[in-house]
Write a protein that binds this ligand. Structure first.
Ligand code: 2NL
Length: 361
């Protein structure tokens, strides 16, 4: 056996025993790489006499071809073995139950849900949504809403004030969302149809009050807007929101500095232990306050009360959320307890729509 035969047999044996593609590549480099054994033999050809070069060259090239074929064949074998191993280890058990994705595992807070439901209902009636800052001036929060200077109505609100500035003026945390309507009237001419949902603040904390809470107010101003329109809007809202075909409403006289006349609205209901049903029963539940916008407010907000008139209403988002979804304690809304949210929250991909029955899933 010539040296070349021995070398070829050794390389072919190494190829046969290479157990993966990396080992096979090492064998290839050792034989055919720049400093490989076969390459070394080929480089000796240059120093040979022409006849010898012809015969030796042919032999070496035959050996090289044999090695290259063996490498290619072994590579195929190893590749399909690697694929078989992967397929065996990566099988999918289609009978396993689905894992919730993080997006589906989260829950929408009932207040966010109700906020969306309320804006959806009023948007459908043609209302725009307006928002404004939580930190307000005394002027927008009180003065332009017809709260007279030094009037007890200002104390009624338990306001959180910031330290006074050099000129004596004080910023405050808005006690209602009405300053957003003030800003709307100052920047737009009628007709105006807006709702203003937002956070509001009063220094008050007990079982039924938290220092931060949520309100949604509505404002309509046009040449001949009247209480009949207001009653229709509120009736439509209550039916859509509480998802019943009919609700009975009761309007009682009340007082707010920014409306005249002012009214409070109750809806009829039946309380069965922990459940409330609307549209039937003998009980009455107060859900909002409303009235015709006071002419002084129109004047202070740049609207001529001789030409325009309008109505407004305000209700607590937290309160109507508790009523609709049977939440007993207001403070639970703000505790951030994930177990509570898992129970009372809503699936994030189920956005309330009127066509979908708002909350019906
Ligand atoms: C309530 C009562 C109410 C308004 C809010 C309002 C706003 C402007 C002018 C006139 Cl800019 N009125 N808002 C009117 C009546 C009642 O809220 O009990 N809210 C929880």
């Amino acid at each position: 056996m010539s040296d070349l035969d021995t070398l070829q047999s050794k390389i072919l044996a190494d190829i046969a025993s290479a157990s993966d593609e990396a080992a096979l590549e090492a064998v290839r480099v050792a034989a055919l790489g720049k400093k490989g054994s076969i390459s070394a033999l080929l480089s000796t050809l240059g120093k040979m006499a022409p006849d010898e070069r012809k015969t030796e060259g042919a032999k070496i090239n035959l050996a090289k071809d044999a090695v290259m074929r063996a490498l290619a064949a072994r590579r195929e074998v190893l590749k399909s073995a690697a694929l078989d191993a992967r397929l065996a280890s990566e099988t999918i058990d289609v009978t396993l139950s689905l894992r919730e994705t993080p997006a589906e595992a989260g829950r929408i807070h009932p207040l966010s849900q109700v906020w969306d439901e309320v804006t959806t209902i009023f948007a459908d009636m043609g209302f725009a949504v307006a928002e404004g800052p939580d930190i307000e001036t005394d002027d927008y929060n009180f003065t332009r809403l017809n709260f007279p200077e030094g009037h007890p109505a200002r104390e009624m609100h338990d306001t959180f004030y910031f330290n006074p500035k050099d000129d004596g003026s004080r910023l405050l945390l808005r006690t209602h969302t009405s300053p957003v309507q003030v800003r709307t009237m100052l920047s737009q001419q009628p007709p105006i149809r807006v709702i203003c949902p937002g956070r509001t603040y009063r220094s008050d904390s007990d079982q039924t009050h938290t220092p931060m809470f949520h309100q949604v107010e509505g404002l309509v101003i046009d040449k001949s807007s009247h209480l009949g329109h207001l009653k229709w809007i509120l009736h439509e809202f209550c039916k859509a929101f509480f998802e019943v075909d009919n609700v009975n409403m009761r309007f009682r006289p009340s007082f707010f500095p920014f409306t005249e006349p002012s009214l409070e609205v109750d809806i009829q209901c039946r309380r069965d232990k922990n459940e409330i049903r609307f549209g039937e029963g003998e009980d009455w539940l107060e859900i909002l306050g409303c009235g015709m916008v006071h002419p002084n407010v129109l004047k202070l907000c740049g609207i001529d009360p001789e030409v325009y008139q309008g109505f407004a209403w305000g209700m607590g988002i937290d309160r109507i959320a508790m009523l609709k979804y049977g939440i007993a304690d207001l403070r639970q809304l703000f505790e951030g307890d994930v177990r509570w949210l898992t129970h009372y929250g809503f699936k994030p991909l189920e956005i309330p729509t009127l066509a979908g029955g708002l909350s019906i899933q």
